[in-house]
Design a protein around this ligand. Structure first.
Ligand code: DGJ
Length: 706
């Protein structure tokens, strides 16, 4: 094929691919380049010296990272045909443009009997979607061990920012320097997991929320995965992501294709917030995005109020109080089915328990509806307790390998949804409940990592992941309007694959508002806030024993799909008034909170954070100032804003929808909180010095362009 240069560009981002050596080779992903009128000049610009001590021709090896093209790292495609065809050299066969903004490169290795293809699509928000696939053209089967997508990073990318976590403490930021070698984040849990980064970034030195260049990859996949940033000894740096395949998971028979999950690449020269904004705009542009259908209803989930002690009179009282303060959705959590009176039994038997619900859900649903709410219900139907009718009848329906029963976690095993009988059982029982009752929403849990993930001894995480996507899609098809929340002991299955099958993510089982500050801040980098469940927990957090005011809990829960997870029948009249105040403020502002640009202001003193949501047209915003710990100095640093129009004048004033925050000062002399009119430039540079808050307190500000 002739030398060619391909340029995809949109919304401030360019991707440049050249094919001079017979393989697609990405020479730039980042800042937008002007229209290229003389491609030869760019091809000349990327010529390089040929060093001693290496190969006699210098070239980058292209996207397939083939050993045969003098690339010494891990190839993009790994696999073999019973030990042969392990080293491939793909020659470019065709380049097509499926759409105005996409390119497809198809390459073949006739000797290996393989065809690989890569599609690059640059979408309106400037995100690049990369989708690889491999087809077996040979007569014998080909084992795919891995197929990753890689993008180049410039030499001046110096840092890595990604997120780690555990149950109760998801998405904690970690930064390391890029050095020679590989920084790899892998998930082997059979679900993405609490430790899953969701997005992995390479950044320029000290890049922050507002400043610097960042390059991030996310994977549209909810099973095992790998993310990596690698600097080779040659000096080049690449970022990659892909599905982590277990041995034998993908064996292609003649003519079969493996479609790898799409990798979503976000670039910004306006810091992490810029990259985050592209991800949010992408999610919001999807037709099925939940806020394109209806506003997010304020929810009350009964889990932390009653746990598994289901009692109609208690839940009726809870529903009446919830309705009175403005809650719009009432969710019955774990404990309603089979023998599920505690967590040792019942999973698998998705039939309403007549022990606790002698007349079914009708009496409760009637109360819920009479109080102006819709009804939601919890399931965890990928799981089975050995102490269940399902397991007693079908012990062979669990995932297992090696002829042994996998180690239990929370007294449960994983149901093998790739088994048609198990799949039909789950679909049938869940569908029956959804058909019998008026249920608007289901919370779907996944409380254990998968070990020995076998289907009749063959690795099946991939097939299990596709099965849950299929199941969710089928439930939605049968029950139009049904919303699904993806929960996995809190935030154990939050990823850009699940966004296309579920409508909400439970961010964490930790409902302590202080802990939730960092969990939301970081989870919302990749996930649009309206997809994140954010609940006001009990006064004394069950997870930590800390006590927080409603004002702080509400100022924390405001930034997602808000709700309550607390026994509000025990709340005082004042507390109920504060909750009602929060709910009405939230309802009045959720259009902005769920469509605006999320900004996290770079902190000078990490003991206090400010962040907000700014309308896409810059006309209004809501900001929070959260004092996490006591400040370093007596006076707080001035609170700065971000994302506003520099030349516009804004009115800023404090609002207290859920009561006043606790302060530590002689007088309320920062009178600007009652209203001040200054320029966006002032707010984003000089800022405003807030009252001196006690630790674990927050203030909320409305900002309106005049
Ligand atoms: C874990 C979830 O994260 C909780 O919210 C709750 O639904 C429990 N499971 C129920 O078992």
């Amino acid at each position: 094929m002739a030398k060619q240069l391909f340029h995809l560009s949109r919304d401030g981002v360019s991707l440049l691919i050249e094919t001079s050596t017979g393989t697609p080779n990405i020479i730039h992903w980042g800042r937008a380049l002007p229209v290229i009128t003389d491609p030869e000049q760019y091809l000349t610009a990327v010529t390089e010296p040929t060093p001693h001590g290496l190969f006699d021709q210098s070239h980058r090896g292209g996207v397939w990272r083939e050993n045969a093209r003098a690339f010494l790292g891990q190839p993009a495609l790994q696999g073999h045909r019973a030990g042969r065809a392990f080293s491939q050299k793909f020659e470019l066969a065709s380049v097509s443009t499926p759409t105005d903004h996409s390119l497809e490169f198809v390459s073949r290795d006739e000797h290996a009997g393989l065809e690989v293809a890569l599609t690059y699509e640059i979408i309106e928000s400037g995100l690049v979607k990369v989708t690889p696939r491999v087809t077996n053209l040979g007569a014998e089967s080909f084992n795919v061990d891995g197929l990753m997508a890689f993008l180049p990073l410039p030499d001046y990318a110096t840092d890595i920012l990604d997120f780690h976590g555990r149950w109760m403490r998801e998405r904690q930021a970690q930064r390391v320097k890029i050095s020679v070698g590989k920084h790899v984040r892998e998930s082997h849990e059979g679900r993405t997991g609490h430790d899953y980064t969701i997005v992995q970034f390479a950044t320029t030195e000290n890049a922050s929320f507002q400043n610097g260049e960042v390059w991030g990859l996310s994977l549209a996949w909810s099973g095992n995965n790998v993310h990596s940033i690698e600097r080779e000894m040659v000096g080049r740096t690449q970022i990659g992501a892909g599905e982590l395949l277990l041995p034998g998971e993908v064996i292609l028979a003649a003519g079969e294709t493996y479609n790898a999950p799409t990798v979503i690449a976000t670039y910004s020269n306006q810091g992490v917030d810029g990259a985050s904004d592209r991800l949010h705009r992408y999610q919001r542009a999807r037709a099925g995005h939940v806020t394109n259908i209806r506003p997010r209803p304020v929810s009350l989930n009964v889990w932390e109020a009653v746990y598994m002690n289901h009692d109609l009179s208690k839940l009726t009282a809870l529903a009446e109080v919830a309705g009175r303060i403005g809650v719009e959705r009432f969710v019955l959590d774990d404990g309603w089915f089979g023998a599920r009176r505690d967590d040792t039994a019942g999973l698998g038997d998705w039939v309403v328990s007549t022990d606790v619900w002698p007349n079914g859900f009708k009496p409760l649903i009637d109360v819920v509806k009479a109080n102006g709410m819709e009804f939601g219900l919890w399931f965890e139907a990928e799981m089975v307790n050995p102490n269940s009718d399902l397991y007693r009848t079908h012990p062979e329906w669990i995932m297992q390998a090696g002829g042994r029963t996998p180690v239990e976690a929370r007294w449960q095993q994983v149901l093998d949804l790739t088994h048609p009988g198990a799949y039909e059982h789950v679909l049938g029982q869940v569908d029956a409940i959804l058909s019998e009752y008026d249920i608007a929403y289901i919370k779907w849990d996944h409380n254990r990592p998968i070990t020995d993930p076998g289907h009749f001894e063959r690795a099946a995480v991939r097939a299990q992941t596709l099965a849950i996507y299929r199941l969710f899609d089928e439930l939605k098809r049968r029950h139009p309007g049904l919303e699904i929340e993806s929960c996995a002991s809190g935030g154990g299955r939050i990823d850009l694959g699940m966004i296309d099958h579920a409508d909400r993510f439970w961010a964490s089982d930790n409902n302590d508002a202080l802990e939730r500050q960092s969990i939301y801040r970081n989870t919302s980098i990749a996930i649009a806030p309206e997809l994140l469940g954010t609940h006001i927990g009990p006064t004394k957090a069950h997870s930590s024993g800390r006590t927080h005011s409603i004002s702080f809990r509400a100022a924390t829960a405001m930034w997602g799909h808000a709700g309550i997870e607390w026994d509000v029948t025990e709340a005082s009249e004042l507390e109920l008034e504060q909750l009602a105040g929060f709910i009405s403020f939230y309802k009045a502002n959720r259009d902005l909170l769920h469509s605006g640009r999320v900004v996290r202001v770079d902190a000078i003193d990490e003991n206090a954070w400010s962040h907000g949501v700014v309308a896409q047209d810059g006309s209004r915003a809501i900001f929070a100032y959260a004092q996490l710990r006591t400040a370093k100095q007596i006076l707080p640093n001035a609170m700065r804003f971000a994302g506003l129009e520099a030349n516009a004048t804004y009115r800023v004033n404090q609002v207290e929808p859920a009561g006043a925050p606790g302060k530590m000062q002689k007088f309320d002399s920062a009178t600007w909180v009652d209203g001040v009119e200054v320029s966006g430039a002032w707010l984003m540079s000089a800022g405003l010095r807030t009252p001196i808050l006690q630790p674990e307190q927050a203030m909320i500000f409305e900002v309106v362009r005049l």
